[in-house]
Design a protein around this ligand. Structure first.
Ligand SMILES: Nc1ncnc2c1ncn2[C@@H]1O[C@H](COP(=O)(O)OP(=O)(O)OP(=O)(O)O)[C@@H](O)[C@H]1O
Ligand SMILES: [Mg+2]
Length: 420
């Protein structure tokens, strides 16, 4: 019989943060002992009188596992003979390629340098199983960052020329997400928005990819940095009822000292308006922090923009004005775009021909046919026009109503400058 509880130390690189024990049956944290470095407790987890809130830490720990909604996860768990994704995390000591937390078996003397996935090789077995290929041979090696990857789309981490890349699929009959990721990156590039570059991978010859499109992007986290998503940033302070989610996010980032956050949020809202992103939830954006010094570096570059461009609509329903879901600050893009504090950076001439660039990206696709491609290009052009109108009307609103304190707070321009 295995021990029912295993003692671990929650580590942040080589800094011991707190003692904890894991339940071997569920993978949950059953107790938390001494807290050694409260400053290094994961962001947004309450610590009171040197005691970590166990419920919140468990929620964070569970949030590191593959979500139950992941495409194909039940089959993968069956093949792995593991009852839940939370139990998989213990097998890779919680190491991830998006941050620097891990769990060290108590008394093992293991160092971060010896086992992290940024600098050490990792097994392909879990990724292969998630891609429906089955692992080679009988012994499955579970040391993989795929055990701690978030999101519902099929994905796996790869190493190419020593660099870490995330390969991610699409969904439904049109598998549009990989094309959308590429386009979002191109728009960002044209507009000078910091972003993750996605490349389209379609190789009908590999059994694994089987003609389906995938996107591939390099890890934007390094051994020195980590991603902290907006979800946790917004848990660093209590949100007063009268304060909007947008204002709360800016305030939390302001208190933590994240540079350039207002500009980055403006840029994200503009991109999401253009591509009609329906799923910019609070784990699809965030900030970058240095793990050793805890210094906040910047907003994270834009990533995960695939759930956009009418990805789940039939071709005949695709047009610029169609109603679509919107996150994270407002329920509609028309309302959300009004939160942008400054459009002066936005060079509309840089978007000329973006529809043709989209046509080029989907050229030859088995999934986005000519009818769909034409509808998408026309609708995207329409979104550019709509954005121009929204930007123009914002200039007028701000000029004529400079008493709007929610918009004007730390707004850098006076009405006169805007009119010029
Ligand atoms: N290039 C990257 N570098 C580091 N971490 C990344 C990178 N891309 C994604 N991640 C991490 O992996 C997680 C899952 O990736 P992503 O959000 O792209 O997947 P998804 O399946 O599209 O997610 P969702 O469920 O939000 O649709 C992200 O939330 C982020 O934590
Ligand atoms: Mg995501």
């Amino acid at each position: 019989m295995p021990e029912p509880f295993i003692p671990y130390i929650l580590m942040h690189k080589n800094i011991p943060v707190a003692e904890l024990t894991l339940d071997t049956a569920s993978g949950a944290i059953v107790s938390i002992g001494a807290v050694w470095e409260s400053a290094h407790v994961p962001v947004g987890i309450p610590v009171r009188k040197q005691t970590i809130d166990r419920g919140a830490l468990n929620e964070w720990w569970k949030g590191r596992s593959i979500p139950a909604s992941r495409f194909g996860i039940q089959d993968a768990l069956t093949e792995l003979c593991i009852p839940s994704t939370q139990l998989l995390m213990e097998k890779c000591r919680g190491f991830s390629l998006s941050d620097q937390y891990w769990i060290c078996p108590a008394g093992s003397g293991l160092f971060w340098e010896q086992a992290n996935f940024f600098e050490n090789p990792f097994s392909k077995d879990v990724g292969d199983i998630l891609f429906g290929r089955g692992a080679d041979g009988g012994n499955i090696n579970l040391m993989s960052p795929d055990n701690t990857s978030d999101g519902w789309l099929k994905k796996k981490w790869l190493v190419l020329d020593g660099k870490r890349f995330l390969l991610k699929g699409g969904s439904g009959a049109t598998c549009q997400e990989p094309y959308n990721e590429v386009l979002a990156g191109r728009i960002c590039g044209r507009l000078g928005i910091p972003h993750v570059t996605y490349t389209l991978m379609t190789n009908p010859d590999t059994e694994e990819m089987g003609g389906y499109p995938y996107s591939m992007c390099e890890d934007f986290i390094t051994p020195d940095t980590e991603l902290i998503t907006a979800w946790y940033i917004m848990r660093t302070e209590k949100k007063p009822n009268h304060v909007s989610v947008h204002r709360h996010y800016l305030d939390c980032c302001g208190k933590l000292g994240v540079p350039g956050i207002r500009e980055a949020v403006d840029q994200m809202i503009v991109l999401d308006y253009l591509i009609v992103n329906e799923d910019r939830h609070q784990n699809n954006f965030g900030v970058i922090r240095r793990a050793d010094t805890l210094e906040y570096v910047s907003a994270a570059p834009i990533y995960d923009s695939g759930t956009s461009l009418w990805f789940d609509k039939p071709a005949r329903m695709i047009h610029a004005g169609v109603k679509a879901a919107c996150k994270p600050f407002k329920g509609s893009h028309e309302e959300q775009i009004k939160l942008v504090t400054d459009f002066a950076w936005l060079d509309f001439s840089a978007l000329t021909g973006i529809d043709e660039e989209l046509r080029e990206i989907v050229k030859g696709s088995l999934f986005v046919d000519e009818t769909r491609c034409s509808a998408l290009c026309k609708a995207l052009k329409g979104r550019v026009r709509m954005l121009e109108e929204a930007a123009l009307s914002a200039r007028h609103t701000i000029f004529f109503d400079s008493t709007r304190s929610d918009v004007m707070k730390d707004f850098p321009y006076s009405g006169k400058e805007l009119e010029r």
